[in-house]
Write a protein that binds this ligand. Sequence first.
Ligand code: UDP
Length: 439
Amino acid sequence: MLDVIDIGDRSLESYRGIAPDEQLDELVRVARRLRGARILHLNATSYGGGVSEILRACVPLLKDLGLRVEWKIIRGDDAFFQITKRLHNGLQGAPGELSETEKALYLGNAQLNAPHLSEDYDFVIVHDPQPAAIPGLVHRSGSRWIWRCHIDTSHPNPAIWDFLTPYLRIYDAAIFTMQNFIPPRFPIRRVGIHPPAIDPLSPKNLALPRELARRILEWIGVRLSYPLVTQVSRFDKWKDPLGVVAAYRLVRQHIPHLQLALVSSMALDDPEAWDIYEKVRAETADDRLIHVFTNLVGVGNIEVNAFQSLSDVVIQKSLREGFGLVVSEALWKGTPVVAGRVGGIPMQMPPGTGGLLVDSVEECAEALLHLLSHPEEAHAFGESGRERVRQHFLMPRLLLDELRLLEALSENEPVAAPTESPAHGTGPEEALLAGNVGH
Ligand code: UDP
């Protein structure tokens, strides 16, 4: 059996007044045409990292729109996840090859998981490389298969890409975050470009009263009388935590009491994270102004929210990045960001918006020092970033992109007949459309 992730009900109506009205209205219209469709989201982990963040938010909203949606997690052991981590790195361009034994292990995992996907779905959305080989082993029974790639595959390592490509041929469509992430000789004809999005109503992103946020950070040992910069990221070489520490140390020559928080959650499918965690600890252990927090000591969504809300500047010094949800999360709280000019980050921070983009440790230090020394400019960056996120990177826009693609895929073949009643209650559409009157 695969793990089914069960999530409570949510209502799209609660986004009115937060996300743009026209997005909500259009979403309801498109969903009506797909009502009753059976959708499966399949990925490798239910927590830690951007994919689970997105699924956690979008699955209940799709249900509220009258679709029959499930979220399942594939099974895999440590050896499998070590291989898929290398696949992931290779797709982002890291050197190296998989041995024949490793390739066999990857395929063996797909063989193990495939028999558990025998139910009928109209659409199966397979996230990232871990489960990518499974569709080829499942009796298709009319499902349309979609590969959702969340990573920057613009310059994949050819050996890794050649290994994965045959498994992708069977898909009906693919989704990338950006046009230029589509790798050379891509075998899937229909491609959607859907930047990810954040959920403004999740505990991580809802407006936390300032005093409450202060108390949360003080309780875990951050001194708010001193300035604070934070990076919230998995311990991953592409997130460059040691580069963050180096940049921070340069800035501290000018701002001696500056604090740095590195906040990280350890994901199940991320064995490399422990090595990097140890390196970061070794580098920072004697420094009382550097705080390293993980989910293992109970730092979760509310704490992340508090860090993103109260930091003077949020850092995301990525060297490669699919999208970087953390950038939108910080901007949504009006906090300015200094971030690597890579992957999906510049799309969130076009020139003059949100903060400053950097290409090196030195530039990162300069940008931090500049924003910390010019609070009004920093504030204006935060405000423009918040509006950018509101227009482009909130969950309803992502759902709309996804449903439009599903609709296009079912053009010649209608999806399942509508159920007598939608999955939950009467669905949001009447309420939403009614809610729109007068807007
Ligand atoms: N995250 C978290 N706690 C942490 C570190 C990360 O909740 O300690 C969340 C973060 O808030 C964001 C997601 O994990 O929602 C990371 O997504 P992103 O796209 O930035 O990077 P990914 O991990 O997918 O490469």
